[in-house]
Design a protein around this ligand. Structure first.
Ligand code: PLP
Length: 492
């Protein structure tokens, strides 16, 4: 008791001297501005030297260290070795290139520190506002609901979970899938993103519950084959539940016939989910929005503000037309999370719309950049990337040593170096070597894939910093490296 009454030296994580922190923070911001301003002058990516890798094995710090020293270590060891997706010549896999305003939003969100599990506070209202803006972009009714999540994979899980619960015909939340008489079946094309497999597994349905339907020459789902698969499944005692349309496949950017799928889903009484992680935002691009006509008919859409809105990671969004079905899939009210008539817990119980309880303030970074530039500019940037992909396609077609491996739909270009007389078996190692040297020399980051059995280099232009000259450089360097590698291996 006595010791309790003695004034203890109470500690806090706040600095002893706020003025010091202020000075250092100004330097951090100055460096950050230069970092993005000069990104074009640095290599896209570089391998991490062994001594820097060793830095990441330093032991758990027991005592304090000066913040300025810590910042120096971060600048040297972390900031110097990025993935590279903020660089104008990063076109690997599929991701956005971030933006400074969004980074400020992330910083301010962390300073305010609010938990978006919910509540009667500004961040929660802004979270809902950004969801409403996404609904507006997709042409969804105001009565629809949605939630900001970590990314497209989680956004897809949210949509598919609602589909599962609604179509199960039993109370899956209470009884589980074991209570179902007929196993559910979901459908997507053979180009469907791998996150849907994970979703099927996590939802307890199993990978085989997702039937991959064949695609046509344009890599769009074959709707006739889909219709047949559904009939076959019904006859075999399965319960068709959901069709997943892809608006922009990850391999080639192909967009399924969304209007056709919406019609089929209505006829067959299936949930219609659209994986729009790549292409949903085409709805805001004046020249290309026609490509995703029908997305507004979906029961649920997954979209990715950290792709074509270039929000700093992470920001995904799930939209559900039937707000009640959405709420009924996730809402749980334990005694410690009851709402109150007034006060902090009187509004916006956002954890009722997803799997997370605590949620970060993702909305601010998206909101600030949208306010700064306006949606029209984001739409023009999307059109610009599509135009750049068309330009790159033309450069490839004009070049006898290169060939397109898949039709270019939107902003993804699949091509390979293919000199006359070289046979198929040699092309994969040769093109892989080109890709690796482009990365290692810091010129460009591209990835590879296989389309209809053919290996190819893959350029996904989801980047507001890319210029045509960057694509011209890519083509010159692909040919230079291809020639160099082909000649060395010929000499071996
Ligand atoms: C990127 C992507 C996903 C996964 O989204 P994340 O944000 O990476 O989780 C899903 N589907 C498609 C078509 C994608 O391109």
């Amino acid at each position: 008791m006595n010791t309790l009454r003695k004034a203890a030296a109470e500690e806090t994580l706040d600095p002893d001297d706020w003025a010091d922190v202020q000075t250092l923070s100004h330097r951090v911001v100055d460096d950050a501005v230069r970092y993005l301003r000069d990104v074009r002058d640095r290599p896209v990516w570089q391998d991490i030297p062994a001594e820097v890798k060793a830095f990441f094995e330093s032991s758990l710090p027991q005592g304090p260290a000066p913040l300025a020293e810590i910042y120096r270590e971060v600048a040297e060891n972390v900031m110097a070795y990025p993935m590279g997706n903020v660089h104008p010549r990063f076109w690997a896999w599929y991701m956005g290139s971030s933006n400074f305003t969004g980074a400020l939003g992330d910083f301010l969100a962390a300073i305010q520190g609010s938990n978006l599990g919910g509540g009667n506070h500004a961040a929660a209202y802004m979270d809902l506002q950004v969801v409403n803006w996404c609904k507006e972009m997709m042409g969804f009714p105001a009565s629809a609901s949605g939630t900001l999540v970590s990314g497209g994979s989680m956004a897809n899980i949210i949509g598919l979970a609602v589909a599962r619960n609604l179509k199960a015909g039993v109370d899956v939340r209470e009884l589980g899938l074991a209570a179902m008489e007929k196993p559910l079946r979901f459908y997507g094309s053979d180009q469907v993103h791998s996150c849907h497999r994970k979703a099927m597994e996590a939802l307890g349905l199993g990978n085989r519950a997702l039937r991959r339907i064949s695609t046509d020459a344009g890599l769009q789902i074959d709707i006739t084959a889909l219709r047949e698969a559904i009939a076959e499944d019904r006859a075999a005692g399965f319960q068709p539940a959901c069709v997943i349309g892809t608006a922009g496949t990850v391999n080639t950017g192909a967009i399924d016939d969304l209007q056709g799928l919406a019609k089929l889903a209505a006829e067959e009484d299936l949930w219609f989910h659209v994986d729009g992680c790549i292409g949903a935002l085409l709805t805001i691009a004046p020249e290309n929005k026609y490509r995703v006509a029908g997305i507004e008919l979906a029961d649920s859409v997954a979209l990715d503000p950290h792709k074509w809105l270039h929000a700093p990671f992470e920001a995904g969004c799930a939209l559900i037309r039937d707000a009640d079905a959405h709420h009924a899939t996730f809402a749980v009210t334990p005694e410690y999370l009851e709402m109150t008539p007034r006060g902090l817990a009187s509004a916006n119980w956002l954890h009722d719309f997803g799997l997370q309880t605590t949620r970060g303030f993702r909305a601010l970074k998206v909101w600030m950049a949208l306010k700064e530039h306006g949606i029209e500019k984001f739409g023009r940037l999307i059109d610009q990337n599509v135009e750049q992909a068309r330009y790159l396609t033309m450069l490839i077609e004009d070049e006898p040593l290169l060939e397109l491996v898949a039709p270019t739909n939107i902003n993804i270009v699949c091509y390979r170096y293919h000199p006359e007389g070289m046979d198929g078996d040699m092309l994969k190692p040769l093109n892989t070597e080109i890709m690796l040297r482009l990365q290692e020399e810091g010129t460009a980051a591209i990835s590879d894939t296989t389309v209809h059995g053919q290996h190819c280099l893959r350029v996904a232009i989801n980047n507001h910093r890319t210029r045509r000259e960057d694509l011209e450089l890519l083509i010159r360097e692909t040919i230079r490296l291809g020639d160099e590698i082909a000649n060395t291996s010929a000499a071996d």
